[in-house]
Ligand binder design. Structure first.
Ligand SMILES: [Zn+2]
Length: 164
């Protein structure tokens, strides 16, 4: 193991422990048992704790909160080069948010089975996504209407669009 790799392992351990600490603190404060942070070049860009019940927001997961805080802090929509550390394996929503953010890496401590044990649906959603949509309890249906391509065409016609 090189010195650099050893350093990175030590940093990963430190940030994961902080994510776990944020998660435990959040439970004490009445929130869900999840914490996350975004780190780039040894600097914490944003921290997040699950705020679903407090904010009445089903998308206020710790990773989403951390990504939003980080992007606000650096005034950018890209987290290229950053690592998202989470106290628990990101659910599909958060994992996709990490992909959209263009983060370089994702690391987590507990996994989807730990979340399932605590009553959270992460594993069930992963299982659902792997199944054919026709078997889902929530129908997801395509119905093309006139003009449904217009937004894409308008976007493509923009000369100065900010691609992301
Ligand atoms: Zn999530």
């Amino acid at each position: 193991m090189t010195f650099t790799t050893a350093n990175r392992d030590a940093d990963d351990e430190r940030w994961l422990r902080e994510a776990v600490r944020l998660a435990t603190e959040n439970v004490v404060a009445g929130g869900g048992p999840f914490g996350a942070l975004v780190v780039r070049d040894g600097v914490v860009l944003g921290r997040g704790q699950n705020r679903v019940t407090r904010d009445k927001d089903p998308t206020a997961h710790a990773e989403i909160q951390a990504i939003r805080a980080a992007c606000r802090a650096i005034d950018d929509f890209s987290l290229a080069g950053a690592t998202v550390y989470s106290s628990c394996e990101p659910c599909p929503l958060c994992l996709t948010a990490c992909l959209w953010s263009r983060a370089a890496r994702v690391m987590y401590a507990a996994d989807r089975d730990d979340a399932a044990r605590a009553g959270f649906d992460d594993r069930a959603f992963y299982d659902l996504l792997a199944r054919d949509r026709s078997t889902w309890p929530m129908p997801v249906t395509e119905r093309r209407v006139d003009g449904c391509e217009a937004p894409m065409n308008a976007w493509l016609a923009l000369a100065d669009r900010a691609t992301y």
